[in-house]
Design a protein. Structure first.
Lengths: 219, 399
């Protein structure tokens, strides 16, 4: 009798549990196949499943953005989570304007969060002699750069000093002018230009060294 | 700004580049993005902890209160245990002459106030010999068993009163230690040692006097009425079988092997095999010496539990269930003795558990248990105290 009761209770409980899991899976599946606009709509309504889908779909890219500025993975993860907190809290301000607008908006938020953290660390205007690099340098062949894996390029950028790295990201990756960079970082335009030049030199040397070590065959 | 081709290539390669997300990253983020929910959950957990503490205290208080009000002994021990007690309803007191054992005696059914007056003035009773039936009680803690005090009436009948057994009598406690049940998912196997303190009245301790019928107003009255009514039906002496006049119960001991299955969402079921040892010293009517009664029970318990608070170090849960036990062996006064009917019981408890490590934990589990009358004439601590407050504390191994 006892075992029969146990069995009945277990069957009932299993059924309830299965239904709950199915419901959760259905909700998650809904958002998995949603486009950017629908996903943004779900996040603006604070759907937990939509937020999770947004994190899993774009989190890797946002982490890469933060890593380019932080140069350190642990810092990058913290900054990324800070960025997502700001994104989720400010979703009511986002207006979907076409494919890619959500990602672009999120990347801007991530960049701003990264810059804020860099300002707090007070490392943006630090000029560091980087192996006494000459002003002139041999530009690497762009075809050779194609052979370099993106993660290696990320490592090269991560090795740059914080100031050089930030200016490089804003100027080359984000496409900002020196005037805008100077305004963002609180430095003058000449300092921005100087740091960018030094960053290019250092990066070029790293690219060249890698090509020499790996003998990519472009010779 | 001149856009070198190699820089453009770098930009192109890093466009859309993704890094692997950290493991558990979403869970970490979830805790940060929903501080309000976390706050609500924190408040909910605190509410649960408060509810758990209140529940534990309430169960303990209820058990103690129930124990204080409980009638000690289901029946008058001078009567056969397995006889049904008829209840006679009388609108007015009446004196009914009956005969028993060759001696004349008049059993008077009285109202409550009259019984009180009768108890106080029993020695001064007139021509009516009255048997005042008081409820048997146990022994006081740390004291030797007292002989029932007797006051003879003019009719030669005896007024028997007995001291009340104290709640935490040393004779009626048994220790508990419980080991092994699983903490996280799947199955677990454990060994349990159980302990149930008996339930007795604190009346004598509080008032310094023996309980009289006025303290247990209705039960004793019905008892007397039924006794008188039964005597009316049959003039044959009631003492046709061996009757127990006194019983001293020793600490019961339970040992069991339990299997626990986690059902998810805090629910779990537990069953196994339970061994209980009951020992009592019994004196039968007309005998001067006590005989030792030793009973061995095997039973199958079944319990369900729900963990409503689960923290890294603490958890609180509710459990309820029952058990079916059968006496598989016994001895009384050296001779083989057994109890044929099965013993059923219901239990309920609220527990607090402290996780000392990943695989070990300590717990305390106050609760209550009710033992159904098995219908036998065997006197055990469960027969006398069917509703008991219990406190279990032990050690669990989890894997």
């Amino acid at each position: 009798m006892q075992y029969l009761c146990t069995g009945c209770i277990y069957m009932v409980w299993s059924r309830i549990n299965t239904r709950r899991q199915q419901k959760d899976n259905v909700v998650r599946t809904q958002f998995e196949h949603m486009n950017e606009e629908a996903l943004a709509e779900g996040c603006s309504r604070h759907h937990e499943a939509a937020r999770r889908e947004l994190y899993e779909r774009y989190g890797g890219m946002m982490l890469a953005v933060c890593l380019r500025y932080a140069g350190n993975r642990e810092l990058a993860q913290d900054w990324m989570h800070d960025g997502f907190c700001k994104i989720f809290s400010a979703f009511h301000k986002f207006e979907w304007r076409g494919p890619g607008s959500l990602r672009a908006w999120m990347e801007r938020v991530m960049v701003n969060v990264s810059l804020q953290h860099l300002r707090e660390r007070n490392v943006l205007d630090t000029a560091v002699d980087f192996d006494e690099a000459p002003q002139a340098y041999e530009e690497p062949d762009h075809e050779a750069v194609q052979k370099i894996p993106p993660r290696v390029l990320m490592q090269f950028i991560g090795r740059l000093p914080a100031g050089y790295r930030t200016v490089f990201n804003l100027a080359v990756i984000e496409g900002r002018t020196h005037k805008e960079i100077a305004s963002l970082l609180g430095i003058n335009e000449r300092s921005s230009s100087s740091q960018l030049a030094r960053a290019k030199v250092a990066l070029a040397r790293m690219v060249q060294r890698w090509m020499d070590e790996n003998e990519t065959g472009y010779e | 700004m001149n856009d070198e081709l190699w820089l453009k290539e770098i930009k192109r390669q890093l466009d859309g580049y993704t890094e692997p997300l950290p493991p558990g990253g979403w869970e970490q983020l979830q805790q940060r993005i929903s501080p309000r929910k976390a706050h609500v959950m924190h408040l909910r957990h605190r509410a649960f902890w408060a509810a758990a503490a209140v529940l534990v205290a309430a169960v303990s208080w209820m058990g103690l209160r129930w124990v204080q009000q409980e009638v000690v002994g289901a029946t008058d021990l001078s009567m056969p245990m397995d006889e049904a007690m008829p209840v006679a309803t009388l609108s007015e007191p009446s004196s009914l002459p009956v005969s028993t054992g060759g001696a004349s005696a008049t059993y008077t059914v009285r109202s409550r106030a009259e019984r009180l007056a009768q108890a106080d003035a029993v020695r001064n009773e007139g021509s009516v010999a009255t048997v005042t039936v008081t409820l048997p009680a146990g022994e006081e803690e740390g004291k030797e068993t007292e002989e029932p005090s007797r006051a003879e009436t003019q009719g030669g009948e005896e007024v028997r009163t007995r001291p009340v057994r104290s709640l935490f009598s040393s004779d009626n406690h048994r220790r508990s230690a419980t080991t092994s049940s699983r903490r996280h998912g799947g199955w677990s196997v454990g060994v349990e040692v159980g302990n149930v303190p008996s339930a007795t009245s604190l009346l004598e301790q509080e008032t310094g006097r023996q309980p009289l019928m006025d303290d247990m107003p209705d039960y004793a009255g019905r008892l007397q009425e039924g006794y008188a009514a039964d005597l009316l039906k049959s003039p044959v002496p009631l003492r046709a079988e061996k009757c127990v006049s006194d019983a001293r119960h020793k600490w019961p001991i339970s040992v069991g092997a339990m299997v626990r299955k986690e059902l998810g969402h805090g629910w779990a079921m537990e069953t196994g095999l339970l061994y209980t040892y009951l020992e009592s010293d019994i004196r039968y009517e007309g005998k001067a010496t006590y005989v030792t009664q030793k009973l061995h029970y095997l039973g199958i318990p079944l319990r369900g539990s729900w963990t409503f608070v689960s923290q890294p170090r603490f958890s609180a849960y509710l459990s309820a269930g029952g058990a079916v036990e059968k006496c598989v062996s016994g001895r009384q006064d050296g001779a083989h003795y057994t109890v044929k009917p099965v013993q059923c019981s219901l239990t309920g408890a609220a527990g607090l558990q402290y996780h000392t490590s990943r695989h070990t934990s300590l717990y305390v589990e106050p609760g209550v248990a009710y033992y159904f009358d098995d219908g036998s004439s065997t006197v055990t601590i469960r027969k006398e105290h069917p509703f008991q407050f219990r406190l279990q504390a032990g050690f669990r191994l989890n894997y």
